[in-house]
Design a protein. Structure first.
Ligand SMILES: Nc1ncnc2c1ncn2[C@@H]1O[C@H](COP(=O)(O)OP(=O)(O)O)[C@@H](O)[C@H]1O
Ligand SMILES: C[C@@](O)(CCOP(=O)(O)O)CC(=O)O
Length: 435
């Protein structure tokens, strides 16, 4: 890995007409984390907090500049090395004739990860770096190159010098889907880049790869992604999430792609639920966590006590199913906004909060809570709110749904006194989109 000898070599200006902006939301798992890994139903919603990417062409010969604000790094990558990987026939797959950008399931994941790791060693030049975040930075670059190679290697695209800036409103490592949001946004960005670069081609794929043709009218570059494209973006993001999280269930990439609320069961088609946005309190315990470790802990527990743990997982599925029904009624009543429905609304919020509490207790029995998370939940209870951990647990965020016109001032004050970070946001907004 080369390091920068003189910063002035890396001055550049925007040039050319390619300028693409995309963003993808973070997510919360409302019900069903951990049980989803064992085939149970889960419910997740998108957040009003997004990862934002901007790709623009630059006048710095043969360079791809990555400017990552959340991790404080700016790297230049040598485009020749990247193009070499793209040109290597069969680098991403052992079945080129079945493979194109639309078929991520034919990618040879482990080989591509290895190639990308080697590429990072050869191609990265550090312009700026925060040494304390270096491990995460290189993991991010690997993930980006994985998606770039996966999506573009079967195509006739030749890369132009470019800069990609990464910005994010989502806290990292706290259970609100920062890596899934990043993976979805990059998959979408490279799909947009592909459209832009191949708009006039008869067949987008290189010889020997499965042919791909845009519709007769050409790809839609300015508007949003088609549902077919969203499926492919989500599938590539899933592949990429394996770099960050080993064996993810797929719920995170799904909700960050499609937005709104999704009911998800592994290997089944996704059910999209459309509802009015709801206010959500996010409380960051600031306890670092690692999803992989928490998932492994539950697996071990299940190995020890298969019957007992199955009961808990089934109870979690029951919570998801019941909560979905309750949320549907809440949504109807919020839309109706009349006196008759108001009483029912209050009653159903009360039911949902009870289910949230039950869900947290079930998760706690799987050993994935933490004393700080439990303290947050006790404080919320004092203020007539219910909370649960979200995502892998062991730290990170507690979520609490806010009944309409709930004033958060007092509870926020008390939580902040304990040094917790409090964010009021909304859930249920749009998925990945061109900005
Ligand atoms: N906003 C971001 N910018 C750059 N890299 C990110 C960002 N979010 C996540 N990552 C990458 O994903 C890895 C896992 O992120 P993490 O926050 O633990 O994921 P999650 O929120 O899904 O649990 C980080 O180590 C980093 O490499
Ligand atoms: C624990 C789990 O159900 C959710 C993990 O969520 P997060 O990556 O910690 O936000 C694991 C998974 O679904 O892959």
């Amino acid at each position: 890995m080369a390091s920068l000898s003189s910063r002035q070599f890396y001055k550049y200006n925007a040039q050319g007409d390619v300028s693409l902006k995309v963003s993808a939301p973070g997510k919360v798992i409302l019900h069903g984390e951990h049980s989803v890994v064992y085939g149970k139903l889960a419910l997740a919603a998108s957040l009003d907090l997004r990862t934002k990417l901007h790709l623009f062409e630059i006048d710095l010969p043969n360079k791809l500049v990555l400017n990552c604000l959340p991790l404080d790094f700016k790297f230049a990558l040598d485009l020749n090395f990247i193009q070499e990987l793209l040109d290597k026939r069969g680098a991403c797959t052992s079945q080129p004739s079945h493979f194109n950008w639309e078929t991520p399931k034919f990618v040879n994941h482990h080989r591509l990860v290895e190639l990308v790791k080697n590429l990072v060693i050869d191609a990265v030049v550090v312009i700026e770096e925060n040494p304390s975040r270096s491990r995460e930075a290189y993991q991010t670059v690997e993930a980006i190159l994985y998606l770039l190679a996966g999506i573009l290697s079967s195509t006739s695209v030749s890369l132009s010098p470019m800069c990609i800036t990464i910005d994010s409103e989502i806290s990292m490592g706290a259970g609100t889907g920062s890596s899934a949001s990043l993976s979805v946004a990059f998959a979408a960005l490279f799909v947009s880049y592909l459209k832009r670069k191949t708009i006039e081609l008869e067949n987008v794929s290189k010889d020997g790869f499965r042919p791909f043709h845009w519709p007769q009218s050409g790809p839609d570059i300015d508007n949003q992604y088609t549902s077919r494209e969203l499926d492919v973006i989500s599938a590539w993001a899933f592949q990429c999430e394996m770099i960050f999280h080993g064996t993810p269930s797929g719920i995170d990439n799904t909700v960050c792609t499609f937005g709104n609320m999704v009911q998800y069961r592994q290997y089944y088609s996704v059910v999209h639920l459309s509802f009015n946005t709801l206010n959500l309190l996010l409380v960051n315990s600031k306890v670092p966590r690692e999803t992989k470790r928490m998932v492994a802990g539950v697996a071990k527990l299940k190995e020890y006590f298969p019957h007992l743990i199955n009961y808990i997982l089934n109870a979690m599925e029951d919570v998801t199913v019941t909560a979905t029904d309750v949320i549907k009624i809440i949504d109807e009543d919020i839309r109706a906004d009349d006196v008759v429905n108001k009483a029912r609304l209050i009653e159903n919020f009360d039911k949902w909060m009870t289910l949230i509490q039950i869900n947290h207790n079930l998760l706690s029995s799987l050993g994935v809570s933490h004393e700080k998370l439990d303290l947050i939940i006790t404080i919320l209870k004092k203020h007539e709110l219910a909370g649960k951990l979200t995502g892998g647990g062991g730290g990170g965020y507690v979520i609490s749904v806010l009944p309409p016109s709930y004033d958060v001032d007092e509870v926020s004050r008390e939580l902040k006194k304990h040094n917790f970070e409090v964010t009021v946001t909304q859930m249920g907004g749009p998925g990945v989109r061109v900005d």
